[in-house]
Design a protein around this ligand. Structure first.
Ligand SMILES: N[C@@H](CCC(=O)N[C@@H](CS)C(=O)NCC(=O)O)C(=O)O
Length: 203
């Protein structure tokens, strides 16, 4: 059983996803709020924990430092198997689960950043970038969600928490297609309407 953890946190960051996952699995954790405006995440004491200066950063009871939201989400799903948020290791469903967890950081996030922050630039060459193109990413997600109700079928998993969380943020920022797609919006509503997520939003 994992012991007390420490989550370096800011509610307006990806750390909200890590906190939601901590609530889903019933982990014991303390929150350390870091104020971005005050530059607290760039101070030496935090950089000694995570040299990237990024949130979320989760410190386990034995001092192990975990960063990268999908890694934190995946580790928690395995450390708390009773929560039932990850398919059995070695099963085909586990492979699909990894697919969507990795898709978040290697395709969905960079495609969306390019789309939202490089509006006037020509798209990066599809053949070279791992996400191909923004439209390919959205088409692929819509294809998977069309079979729903969850990415793996009938059962909510940590992959939904990860992808759904990112989609919710992107919709909030008005990401083209994502904020307009009924299929994606219904999915986001379905997965965010959970007790654990509500608890994770309390301060
Ligand atoms: N690859 C990281 C990205 C983490 C990240 O960029 N976090 C942002 C907040 S959402 C951050 O800490 N920004 C503060 C900064 O860079 O100063 C992950 O998936 O967790």
């Amino acid at each position: 059983m994992a012991g007390q953890m420490r989550l370096y946190y800011n509610p307006k960051s990806r750390a909200a996803t890590a906190r939601w996952m901590l609530e889903e699995v019933g982990a014991r954790y303390d929150l350390v709020h870091l104020d971005f405006e005050a530059g607290e995440n760039r101070k030496p004491d935090f950089l000694a924990v995570n040299p990237m200066g990024k949130l979320p950063t989760l410190v386990l009871e034995d001092g192990t430092v975990l960063t990268e939201t999908p890694a934190i989400v995946a580790w928690l799903a395995d450390a708390f198997p009773d929560a039932g948020l990850a398919p059995p290791v070695g099963s085909p469903a586990r492979g699909r689960y990894y697919r969507w967890l990795m898709f978040n950081g290697s395709c969905l996030e960079p495609a969306a950043i390019e789309k939202l922050m490089r509006k006037d630039a020509a798209p990066l060459p599809k053949v070279s970038v791992g996400w191909g193109s923004y439209d390919d990413v959205v088409d692929t997600l819509e294809g998977a969600l069309g079979q729903g109700p969850y990415l793996l079928g009938e059962r909510f998993s940590a992959a939904d928490l990860m992808i759904g969380s990112t989609l919710a943020w992107l919709a909030m920022f008005g990401a083209p297609r994502i904020s307009e797609s009924t299929l994606i919006q219904e999915y986001v509503e379905r997965i965010t309407d959970r007790e654990a997520r509500r608890r994770a939003q309390e301060d």
